[in-house]
Design a protein around this ligand. Structure first.
Ligand code: CA
Ligand code: CA
Ligand code: CA
Ligand code: CA
Length: 547
């Protein structure tokens, strides 16, 4: 309900700002569960010459649609009035134009947030990024969710925007949405197996462990431009609260399992239930941990990647090389993690933060970071714990900026989208910083504007990857990962084989029969897609090339 009220309020503000509108378009919000097709049919009966037509969903979960009409036949006032007569329509209005981006938000304490704007330019170029999008929803209308696995949540904080499971009824002892979790309305409390993600007696204990998770959540998604407090990397992203950070690894496994389930359900139901979780935030870890001793924990990042979730993970708050000294999860060898270190407002790595050319991916502002704490309060914190949510928030913002063509089939091929987003961030989404050269994969600090503008390079030839049909002959690739030779075998022949890079560049194409050896020794290390087709059916598999 709160969400709907907010949207109405923003709508009213826009009316006063904007003098004009996009011709031939209306924004229509239906009552919950009502059908857009039936609503338009009914409107057509009332006024056939309006030629109403559904153009696109704007928010499936809120049942808001862009509807077309023919303005040469009817006025906009008449079109709005007619569609409002349909009983299933809750609200209708023109699609106002001339809305200006206000890239510097009006949040009262925004001046404390050097990570967004800093006179040394050690910031993430966040204001420039906000000219492109301030986040919240994808081009296809999916509500973007970032899951925070941490110690605490303050569900009543004035400046936080928590995810709610609207298909679950709170505290009735019933698993209403049948997802295996009883009363998971506000998220999930893993120790207690309950939907109460905070402890009644410690929510307002400023300085308690709860503050850690609340601070992290504000860095990702504090409500931007609402006049109070601070602004998150994304102004409107939903933060899913998972109370699961622990010294006990089993609790972490259950935490990630909850997030995995929500996204898997979303994919399978094509957005009808579950949650569109695109990132997890993990601001905890084991100093000097050997990833080989944590195969299940590290492996979960791959499992989550398979359903479309990237994971921003914190490196140690120790100035050590994690390639040599180890770290979990910072050095987990997953294609779907972004291992993060902590930068300062002079654009140097904080001396007390980890690094490593192989396993550390990127630096982000993590020193003297101002964000939300318990009880409608705000405060400074420092650590890789604060750098990591900048990256998790960036993933959410990138999904909001991603072109529709990139997302068109992403519920069927979610790992392709996730890997593509990661690749854009690590290829383009940073500023190279001389003092950070050799310290990470990027040798730089996150730049949100560059990350978002990189998405414009997305080229529709890449959609060939995501539009391929599912499951056919069961061809086999080995070894995987491969470094010198890749063997491809298939029971059907002849077959056309194509190998694409993650950005959709065609690397290899040939007709093969039986088992074929391909020399991959000259191909750059990375994730690739192998597509096999016999002219009627196609199948895609992923292969990792290592050096
Ligand atoms: Ca800047
Ligand atoms: Ca449930
Ligand atoms: Ca319930
Ligand atoms: Ca705010």
């Amino acid at each position: 309900m709160r969400t709907i009220i907010t949207i109405i309020f923003i709508g009213l503000v826009y009316v006063t700002l904007a003098q004009n509108y996009v011709p031939n378009q209306l924004i229509v919000q239906l009552e919950s569960k009502k059908s857009i097709d039936k609503s338009i049919e009914q409107a057509q009966v009332f006024l056939p010459e309006a030629e109403f037509i559904m153009l696109q969903p704007l928010s499936k979960s809120l049942n808001i649609w862009l509807v077309g009409y023919n303005e040469t036949n009817v006025t906009s006032e008449n079109a709005v009035a007619t569609i409002e007569r349909v009983s299933s329509v809750a609200l209708a209005q023109v699609n106002h134009a001339g809305i200006k981006n206000r890239n510097q938000p009006n949040d009262a304490e925004y001046g404390q947030q050097w990570c967004h704007f800093n006179s040394n330019d050690a910031d993430m170029d966040t204001e420039e990024a906000w000219d492109i999008t301030t986040g919240g929803v994808t081009a296809l209308g999916d509500t973007i969710v970032v899951a925070v696995i941490d110690g605490g949540a303050d569900l009543t904080h004035e400046d936080l925007n928590y995810w709610r499971n609207y298909q679950e009824i709170e505290a009735n002892g019933i698993d209403d949405d049948n997802n295996g979790y009883v009363d998971d309305y506000n998220g999930w409390h893993v120790y207690k197996n309950s939907g109460t993600v905070y402890e009644d007696d410690d929510v307002n204990m400023a300085g308690s462990w709860d503050d850690h998770g609340i601070h992290v959540s504000g860095i990702i998604g504090a409500k931007g431009n609402n006049g109070i407090g601070v602004s998150g990397v994304s102004w409107n992203v939903k933060v899913m609260a998972i109370r699961g950070s622990s010294t006990d690894e089993a609790v972490l496994v259950k935490s990630y399992g909850y997030v995995y389930d929500q996204r898997m359900i979303y994919n399978r139901s094509q957005g009808d239930s579950g949650a569109y979780v695109v990132a997890t935030n993990s601001s905890f870890g084991v100093n000097y941990g050997d990833p080989a001793a944590y195969p299940i924990w590290c492996g979960l990042y791959d499992s989550m990647g398979e359903v479309g979730i990237l994971s921003a993970v914190a490196g140690p708050n120790l100035g050590i090389n994690i390639d040599n000294e180890g770290d979990v999860p910072g050095a987990c060898p997953s294609a779907y993690t972004l291992s993060t270190t902590n930068s300062r407002n002079n654009d140097n790595r904080n001396n007390g933060a980890g690094y490593g050319l192989v396993h550390c991916d990127i630096a982000a502002p993590g020193t003297d970071i101002y964000s939300t704490i318990a009880g409608d309060s705000y405060g400074f914190k420092t650590g890789t714990s604060m750098a990591t949510p900048q990256v998790a928030g960036a993933i959410g913002l990138m999904y909001a900026a991603a072109p529709a063509a990139m997302l068109s089939n992403n519920l069927n091929y979610p790992s392709v989208t996730a890997a593509t987003i990661k690749n854009y961030m690590l290829t383009d989404g940073f500023d190279s910083v001389a003092s950070m050269a050799g310290e990470s994969v990027t040798g730089g600090r996150l730049n949100l504007f560059k990350a978002l503008t990189a998405l414009e390079q997305y080229d529709t030839t890449s959609t060939e990857i995501s539009n391929v049909k599912r499951k056919t002959s069961g061809f086999k690739l080995s070894p995987n990962p491969a470094s010198d030779v890749l063997m491809i075998s298939s029971s059907e022949e002849p077959q056309n084989i194509k190998i694409y890079s993650i950005l959709g560049e065609l690397i290899y194409s040939n007709i093969i029969s039986g088992t074929t050896k391909i020399d991959v020794s000259q191909i750059e290390a990375g994730l690739y897609f192998v597509i096999i087709s016999n002219g009627q059916r196609e199948e895609t598999q992923r292969v990792v090339i290592t050096r």
